[in-house]
Design a protein around this ligand. Structure first.
Ligand SMILES: [Zn+2]
Length: 382
């Protein structure tokens, strides 16, 4: 009953897994596994793999279109229902997805496709999570933080430090709230109006970049938004943003000593309240955040293939230089004939393709597989 496209994609995935080395997660025997196919990302779960050799064998034999494992460690990972698995702890995992960022480009290309703009934004967000929060505030070291491309629209961050293992769902939810800045109390962040002696006005004081934790972060992130001229990204109107940019040097200098008054703004406090409310890490809505809060989630195996893109959920050592549209492409260049239904212009590797509409084309294997996996093309036999 398998369709020719799925058979072809699986045969290519199998070829890849025959030569690729995919590293198993730590304590593989305690993880629950799930695999997916053409219809769903998880079609079967509650599986156990005894060791890395079994995993390697399954990848070649079954050539799954998706493969995920539990962030949790269990005594009996293949038992059902969940309670019988006996939960022993879990890694702390974050899923940053371009789709959660609600960028204007999404109106252009929808959820199925990504563009350079949203891939760059989700990369910045991942760097922010690691460098501004996980390392300084939580004290995790770089080597306990695993980072990989999701294979499609974002990044996965795995914290495997033993200190997170036993965190229960409510504690994980609190971590999410802290990172996203949910419930941040503006008044406790060091903002206050101070009367100017001898005059009938007061000045707005606030946090400085050297202040600890969220206070310092507010000053740092606002400074960054101003110097990179990105205030609009946190909902500031163009008009107000221009006002700030005009005086950006003064603003950046005065904020260093906690003075937030260098720029004249209407309803200044409200203005900064709105900005501060949007400075957290964008982890999507409450349901998206369950990847982190739910300690029994399954997460894609790093360095496995993604069945919606034929790209690799590639492990990353240096995110600054990582270009997913090039570095996560693993298939070859031999021409494959396909009939394309519809695709916007997209870049893969060094080359740009499309836009296409109801066309028969010969594309390099990696681009053909990409469109087949998006289900916007079928194999074409002349
Ligand atoms: Zn986009």
């Amino acid at each position: 009953m398998t369709n020719p496209e799925e058979m072809y994609v699986r045969s290519k995935f199998r070829e890849h897994y025959e030569k690729a080395e995919v590293q198993a997660p730590g304590e593989i025997e305690k993880r629950e596994w799930g695999v997916g196919g053409w219809e769903r990302k998880i079609e079967a779960r509650h599986m156990r793999m005894a060791n890395p050799q079994e995993l390697g064998g399954r990848l070649v034999m079954d050539a799954p279109l998706f493969i995920s494992y539990s962030v949790a460690y269990y005594e009996f990972p293949d038992m059902r229902p969940m309670e019988r698995k006996n939960w022993l702890g879990a890694d702390l995992v974050f899923d940053l997805d371009a789709d959660h960022l609600e960028l204007p480009c999404k109106n252009r290309h929808g959820s199925k496709w990504v563009c350079e703009e949203c891939l760059n934004a989700v990369k910045d967000e991942s760097i922010k999570l690691i460098e501004q929060f996980l390392i300084p505030d939580f004290g995790f070291s770089k080597k306990e933080i695993g980072l990989n491309f999701s294979g499609n629209r974002g990044y996965h961050i795995h914290v495997t430090d033993k200190s997170v293992r036993e965190l229960r769902a409510y504690a994980r939810r609190e971590i999410v709230d802290y990172l996203t800045g949910t419930g941040i109390d503006f008044n406790s962040m060091g903002f206050e109006w101070v009367p100017v002696p001898g005059r009938r006005e007061s000045k707005l004081l606030g946090p400085a970049p050297t202040d600890p934790a969220w206070q310092g972060r507010i000053a740092q992130l606002v400074s960054k938004l101003v110097s990179e001229r990105k205030l609009e990204e946190v909902g500031v109107s163009e008009r107000d943003a221009r006002r700030v940019y005009k005086k950006s040097e003064q603003f950046l200098t005065s904020i260093r000593s906690g003075k937030w008054d260098a720029v004249k703004l209407d309803k200044k406090e409200l203005f900064w309240r709105d900005v501060v409310g949007k400075l957290g890490v964008k982890l999507g809505d409450r349901i998206d955040q369950n990847v982190t809060a739910d300690a029994s989630k399954l997460i894609r195996l790093p360095d496995s293939l993604h069945g919606e893109s034929a790209m690799l959920a590639k492990k990353i050592s240096s995110i600054d230089r990582f270009d997913p549209l090039k570095d996560a492409v693993v298939f070859g260049k031999q021409p494959v004939r396909i009939k394309i239904k519809k695709a916007p212009e997209f870049r893969l590797g060094e080359q740009t393709f499309g836009p296409f509409k109801d066309e028969e084309k010969e594309l390099p294997e990696y681009a053909a597989l990409f469109l087949l996996c998006k289900k916007e093309a079928v194999l074409w036999k002349s």
